[in-house]
Ligand binder design. Structure first.
Ligand code: NDP
Length: 438
């Protein structure tokens, strides 16, 4: 049996029921297989695909009606090779260990790609923060922290936000942490600025996504965002800030979505109004209250039917399948840059790359968030507060560096369009070097 099959077989013995995790790891193995010496690296690969530590617990909390509710809580500490475990917390009813293991593995590669001293982790809960009162959110965060706090520390494990976890919730969790373990501002990133958070952390993932897309458009097509029509799925943290940056660079955001539908206007959407309605926790259909002529569909996936130049899928995993990818290509898309984690299925990304579309996977394209999280850790350590201009410049530098590194790697393997393989290889090599050279 070939060694890659042996690794897969051993992996399935333990994780057969964890479908997404297995799929993510196997996609990685299949992509890099041709470019690494699997026989030689057998034990390195074995180590890198498995999480070092998994924390799982029940969270019992009281809602406003006095009822005791039970949720599951998790933290997957995947790799501490390069620095403290680092990765977001996701609060969403779909959260389970399978999703988090898969995201934690990807996060370790992502953090390695940034070149920063950060390990990889992911965590969260199946708690749904939507339509909860502030008191309920606080109570939940406190009980969640009671179980998680013993596993955290500024030089050990430093969570941030992800889907459903805004900087307000990070503030509640840090409050709880302080009560339980004492002051340690470096233990969370994405904190409110008053609690030691970094300027531009909320904007960082979306801005970084547009910065790396800008580099790619320039290198591959000698063009930019000016007058480009852009589809952005989602209307949360990543999507909104990407949308603002696209507009700032002269592009036009023609469609956005949430889990209840999609809005479209060929002449461009009013991004600040989308921001306003989503901040008020309304459904995206509320956009029509002010702009009744806007096209609306209750099918979020309808967003991939529209003609545009660029797509920034920034909602959730597996939201672009092969059938959607084909529609995007038929309509002349030139670049797809992943704001979310793994929004394109492997079939979809293979297809668009084959068709000559520029594609950058989330583990490189959405690394702006974790990079500014790192800046937040440094500011906390130095007891400094950097300016918006400082952070923005550093963010741009990191994203440009990431692009240059993966582009160079793609050229080296003679696969100029395979920025997905190149990203995995850049991350893998850094982790491998750390194991071998310390
Ligand atoms: P948010 O919770 O702020 O926003 C998620 C958005 O996606 C919401 O608008 C939500 O709609 C929408 N959404 C969820 N499911 C669907 C669906 N099936 N179809 C259409 N829209 C949907 O999360 P973030 O913006 O923080 O995260 C988005 C993605 O980016 C995730 O994959 C996350 O892991 C990734 N990411 C985030 C980073 C960050 O810094 N925040 C860093 C790196 C990656 P609704 O309001 O209806 O729920």
């Amino acid at each position: 049996m070939h060694n890659i099959d042996k690794i897969k077989k051993e992996f399935l013995k333990k994780y057969r029921s964890q479908k997404l995790y297995s799929k993510t790891v196997f996609n990685f193995l299949d992509l890099v297989n041709q470019y690494i010496d699997v026989d030689n690296d057998y034990h390195v690969i074995e180590q890198l695909i498995e999480a070092e530590n998994v924390v799982e617990f029940d969270v019992f909390w009281e809602n406003d009606k006095g009822k005791i509710v039970k949720n599951k809580g998790y933290r997957v500490q995947h790799s501490k090779l390069l620095g403290p475990y680092k990765g977001g917390l996701r609060f969403h009813p779909t959260v389970n260990l399978d999703i988090l293991r898969s995201l934690a593995f990807e996060q370790s590669l992502k953090n390695a790609i940034t070149g920063l001293p950060l390990g990889g982790a992911k965590g969260g809960s199946d708690f749904d923060p939507k339509h909860k009162s502030d008191d309920e959110l606080r109570r939940f965060c406190y009980k969640y922290m009671e179980s998680l706090a013993p596993y955290l520390g500024h030089d050990y494990d430093v969570p941030a936000g992800d889907i459903g976890v805004s900087n307000k919730l990070i503030g509640y969790m840090y409050d709880a942490y302080r009560k339980l373990k004492g002051d340690d501002p470096g233990v969370f990133t994405g904190k409110p600025i008053s609690e030691g958070g970094s300027i531009l952390r909320p904007e960082a993932t979306g801005y970084g996504l547009v910065y790396i897309a800008e580099s790619a458009l320039k290198h591959y097509k000698n063009t930019d965002f000016k007058r480009k029509k852009v589809l952005i799925s989602g209307s949360g943290n990543v999507a909104i800030h990407a949308a603002y940056k696209v507009c700032e660079l002269g592009g036009m955001v023609v469609a956005m979505s949430d889990s209840s539908g999609v809005i479209y206007n060929n002449q461009g959407l009013d991004v600040s109004y989308v921001d306003e309605i989503k901040t008020k926790d309304k459904r995206i259909h509320a956009y029509l209250d002010k702009y009744p002529q806007t096209f609306f569909s209750a099918d979020s996936k309808h967003i991939w039917n529209f003609k545009a130049d660029i797509a920034l899928p920034s909602a959730t995993q597996n939201e672009v399948q092969l059938v959607d990818a084909k529609k995007l290509v038929d309509h002349g898309i030139i670049g797809i840059f992943e704001g979310a984690n793994m929004p394109l299925t492997k079939e979809a990304s293979d297809y668009v790359i084959d068709q000559g579309v520029i594609f950058i996977p989330g583990k490189a394209a959405n690394a702006g968030g974790v990079s500014v999280s790192y800046f937040e850790m440094v500011q906390n350590k130095l007891k400094q507060q950097w300016t918006k201009e400082d952070v923005d410049k550093k963010l741009k530098d990191v994203m440009t560096n990431i692009f240059n590194n993966i582009y160079k790697e793609a050229e080296r393997i003679n696969q100029k369009m395979r920025l997905d393989i190149a990203s995995d290889l850049v991350g893998y090599k850094r982790l491998r070097d750390k194991i071998l050279k310390g």
